[in-house]
Design a protein around this ligand. Structure first.
Ligand code: ADP
Ligand code: MG
Length: 627
């Protein structure tokens, strides 16, 4: 709530709207306590007294009634009716929308066609018809205004509900045996309330205007009772001779509606969760680079050499150090594994290389990534765009999310090729078939006309790989590409990657949290924890003799087939939050062998030969002993 208010207050216009509206509401609330003249007492000898006169600050109207008093009482009434109409319309409309959206099918059809019929009438005509049927009066005007706004809420909320009603968490609630009412109240409603609030905040102003309109026509508040609309209506005949009688209520209506609209826009922006971390700006084309220190010179190691890479997320005044100085390199034809718990910074490391971390909030604050002698960090966007997919390409975890649902997979493959070189229709088709063949999709010529939803998860991931291969890259960065697949399909996908690496000399950076996959595919492996590499070495060495306690514990978590039943050693505790990294070793709090000096100063990554470990007291013995 505090966060919401502070976000709202950052929007100057919304803040101004909020302050003005609060002042008006406050005035309306205290009106009965103020020493005002009776708003309804006429005094015809005192007609049309101009503003700022003795005893009548805003003057009097055609019956000699005090305008200030009528204005405040009228504002009170107009606000009350406007808010009441908004709440009634929102409640009824949302209920209708939720029921139609949740139950769907015939219920939805019947309800929504009814709503459509209401919407087919011109708005104000419908309101007039309702008042005509019910008879004039403020309460009936309220009913009319609420009624004509119900369809707006019903349509809006139904759309949102349909989207939510098919989400997995609703299915889960159903499987848990919750009744429909419970599901609507506990699963659906909390998700649509922000939308209701937004719709309300942007329509209250409109409803106050409509109520004023009905009163202006004499169908709302009845004399002598004042509301802003009826004050305007009565002043109409004196518009030219005594304009102050119209100007006073007119300005009040303007002030109220403006402030509500400004505040409403602010509320809408502040409630949108997407705007919370990324501020209001559009993401930049490439990650922002603000390197403080010197740029490391390339040492010529490997095809891609990442040095001292630091990537942070700057969210308001917090700094999340997602990647805190990572060194990596990968040779042609080599597979480097990056392993670590979720949240350890693997993806951010990989995305930083090609400037794909979204900015804001992402900022690369240090280091270099030399590809063939060229520093990719800070390379101009045009250069990066040219190299993305052509020199370095990515495979992501969820192929359903990366493939466009509305295009055939063949067309998507051709599009990936076209991004880098022009290719004719026939040649494109042939190339797409060839790519699908390369990732062993059976019957590729027929499969290229499939949509992503017509394929199984394993098939889709193969298409993902084919797409990454489309422009014959030198390096493929695979970010947990098999996590969503079952083990047989995973084995097939890994075999495909391994073959491609051997036949095409691809360098692969393979991100995973699974030691089994590392053992199967990777030549070398780097273990990441809290944004830094804690151990690195040849896969066989690390699997035989893990030296960092974290690696050892991570491996002890892997069940072994045929290893008999044993207790799986889960690692107690959670990784540190990266905006409050502890002094010294980030793993200290979860380490069984922690000593006092582990918590002091920076622990360096000590290299000896191909091995490197960031630990003051590394494991000495073989893995069996560590268990
Ligand atoms: P993983 O190793 O699971 O791939 P990531 O690289 O995705 O982990 O994330 C590393 C850290 O960066 C996490 O602690 C995460 O909370 C943080 N992070 C990622 N994206 C953002 C963001 N947009 N804003 C703030 N923190 C983020
Ligand atoms: Mg990840």
């Amino acid at each position: 709530m505090i966060a919401f208010l502070s976000l709202l207050a950052r929007n100057r216009l919304a803040l101004a709207g909020g302050i003005v509206l609060s002042a008006v509401v406050l005035l309306a609330l205290v009106t009965p306590l103020l020493p005002l003249a009776d708003p309804d007492v006429t005094n015809t000898s005192n007609r049309f007294v101009p503003p700022f006169s003795e005893g009548a600050l805003l003057g009097t109207d055609h019956l000699g009634r005090d305008l200030l008093s009528r204005l405040l009482w009228g504002t009170r009434l107009s606000l009350a009716v406007g808010f009441a109409a908004a709440i009634v319309a929102a409640t009824i409309g949302a209920a209708i929308g939720i029921i139609a959206g949740y139950y769907g099918g015939r219920t939805d059809n019947v309800i929504m066609r009814g709503v459509d019929m209401l919407m087919a009438f011109p708005y104000i005509l419908l309101a007039l018809a309702i008042v005509a049927a019910l008879g004039p009066g403020l309460f009936n005007a309220l009913i009319a205004v609420a009624a004509v706004n119900v369809p707006f809420f019903a349509r809006n909320i139904r759309g949102i509900t349909v989207g939510i009603a098919h989400k997995e968490f609703v299915d889960a609630a159903r499987l848990a045996g919750l009744s429909n009412t419970r599901i609507i109240l506990s699963e659906i409603l909390p998700n649509v309330i922000p939308v209701i609030v937004i719709a309300m905040s942007t329509t209250i102003g409109w409803m106050i205007l409509e109520t004023a309109g009905l009163s202006f026509l004499g169908l709302g508040s009845q004399p002598p009772q004042a509301d802003l609309g009826s004050m305007l209506g009565e002043a109409r005949s004196a518009l030219i001779t005594n304009p102050h009688t119209s100007v006073v209520p007119g300005i009040m209506i303007l002030v109220i509606v403006m402030s509500i609209n400004l505040l409403g826009d602010g509320v809408r922006d502040a409630l949108d969760p997407r705007l919370k971390s990324g501020a209001l700006s559009r993401p930049m084309a490439a990650t922002q680079v603000k390197r403080a220190g010197p740029v490391p010179a390339p040492t010529g190691k490997g095809l891609l050499e990442v040095q001292a890479l630091e990537t942070q997320f700057h969210v308001k005044d917090r700094i999340y150090r997602a990647v805190g100085g990572v060194d990596l390199h990968v040779e042609k034809g080599e597979c480097l594994g990056i392993i670590g718990e979720s949240g350890s910074g693997k993806s951010v490391t990989a995305l930083s290389i090609m400037g794909l971390v979204s900015s804001p909030p992402g900022v690369i604050t240090g280091g270099a990534a030399h590809y063939d002698g060229e520093d990719l960090i800070g390379a101009p966007y045009r250069r990066l765009r040219d190299m993305r997919g052509r020199n370095v390409s990515y495979i992501f975890q969820d192929p359903l999310a990366t493939l466009h649902p509305l295009y055939r997979v063949g067309d998507q493959l051709i599009e990936a090729i076209r991004a880098h070189r022009p290719i004719g229709k026939e040649a494109g088709r042939a190339k797409a078939v060839e790519l699908l063949d390369a990732v062993r999709i059976p019957n590729a010529a027929k499969r290229i006309t499939d949509y992503p939803h017509e394929m199984s998860g394993g098939m889709r991931q193969r298409v993902g790989i084919a797409m990454a291969l489309a422009n014959d890259p030198d390096i493929i960065i695979a970010d947990e590409p098999t996590t969503a697949l079952d083990v047989t399909v995973q084995a097939q996908v890994l075999t495909i990657l391994d073959d491609l690496r051997r036949s095409r000399g691809l360098a692969i950076i393979f991100i995973t949290h699974d030691f089994g996959v590392v053992a199967q595919l990777c030549d070398r492996v780097a273990v990441m924890y809290a944004g830094r590499i804690v151990e690195e070495g040849r896969t066989t060495d690390i699997l035989d003799t893990p030296r960092h306690p974290y690696t050892a514990r991570l491996m002890a978590c892997v069940p072994e087939l045929g290893g008999g039943k044993r207790r799986l050693e889960a690692i107690a505790g959670l990784p540190p939050v990266v905006d409050r990294l502890p002094q010294g070793c980030a793993f200290a709090d979860r380490c069984l062998k922690v000593q006092d000096d582990c918590r002091q100063g920076d622990i360096p990554l000590v290299r000896s030969g191909a091995r490197a470990v960031r630990c003051l007291y590394p494991e000495e013995k073989a893995r069996e002993a560590a268990e």
